[in-house]
Design a protein around this ligand. Sequence first.
Ligand SMILES: NC(=O)C[C@H](N)C(=O)O
Length: 485
Amino acid sequence: MSLFDLKLMELQNRLARKELSVSELVDQSYRRIHEVDGKVRAFLSLDEENAKNAAKQMDEQLQQGGERGLLFGLPAGIKDNIATEGTLTTCASQFLSNYKAIYDATVIKKLKSAQSVTVGKLNMDEFAMGGSNENSSFHPTHNPWNVEYVPGGSSGGSAAAVAAGEVYFALGSDTGGSIRQPASYCGIVGMKPTYGLVSRFGLVAFASSLDQIGPLTKNVEDAAFVLQSIAGHDPMDSTSANVEIPDYISALSGDVKGLRIAVPKEYIGKGVDPRVKESVMSALKVLEGLGATWEEVSLPHTEYAVAAYYLLASSEASSNLARFDGVRYGVRTPNANNLIELYRKSRSEGFGAEVKRRIMLGTYALSSGYYDAYYLKAQKVRTLIKQDFDQVFANYDVIIGPTAPTPAFKIGEQVDNPLTMYLNDILTIPVNLAGIPAISVPCGLVDGLPVGLQIIGKALGEATVLRTAHAFEQNTEFHKLRPQL
Ligand SMILES: NC(=O)C[C@H](N)C(=O)O
């Protein structure tokens, strides 16, 4: 068994017993990166010197004894849209290729006090717009299960790095599925918390009413540890929820006897690969065997979710991305004769095609005369989608379905068809629109590629979501499967 097969808790115990040092753990992480990242290409930048120095200091602390953080000594990777002071934070955009953040995001501060070690920054679709990592301006990331396939996106680097054993956990962000879908494609656990549970301060904003940071890990227990470390109220984020944070770790020990599961018929119907549906049905049998019950329900507005999301997310993006003008942020064009030309050329040269598409779509949807027909209507659809969930949750504890309609697709297969790409998000987007939590856990393999089970909970119902996911995981072996690289 390699170190990488151990849970975060088991690694902590080994460190405490001095059977392992933080330096060994961090060195092992870099060794693995140097060995496989040429194939996976999950990383955009590494911070080897700082990480190794931090590890040495922690080893000294270990000798001295005393209190240790919840994630003490554990090597982590961070999606490159989360600000890390003094190091590159590029959002995988050419436009920010030289941008070094001048402060730490709140989640980074929290990881520092939990004492994990950041080993580097991870690839993503440019500004988190995409579902395959093919929109990174630097290079695509490859799926560790089959390097000809996409890892999903936009947190594809985060998912691939964890699946490939390069880091012990990673942070990603999820606006319309960007944590759960890559977790599903790469055979790992990915969780999007309730909107407002984790601070967005220092996350480069894409669609502020939807964005949420969350963990990508090898198993559910690790997800609970990371979530416990990063959740909590932050006065620096005005949308941060001021609520008490439950003990997610002890919540895992509960069982699922009597748990009422709803399975939306829209999530297992047309457009869903029958083999994916089969994996979900087998997962439901496992939960039934543990004492849960399930029934089919309807979330009738699901079919409008993708259209509403791409209007709302693009509208918010068109406004958020106005700050990248070559003056305040972004690489400045060298060939401008006046200010307007400077803005126009810097933005034209800096942004990639998908980002431009969304800015144009969003600007159009918000323009006077069209606002009511598009933006306002999409907001109304958002409310209907939220009400669908409220109605189901009046009678059920969790909602279960697939995370994505299919397993990962081949690199290049969908790049020329943005609409097909957008439709991959159909099962994850409604969750962001409603602001509720959901997790993706591995539940099968189709043609050697992983399938993810999505467990959706009520607002602030993370403990129930984690408990259900943990019960499933403890009674299956899928999370133990590792790709051969
Ligand atoms: N950012 C996300 O959560 C993923 C979604 N596919 C998007 O491109 O918007």
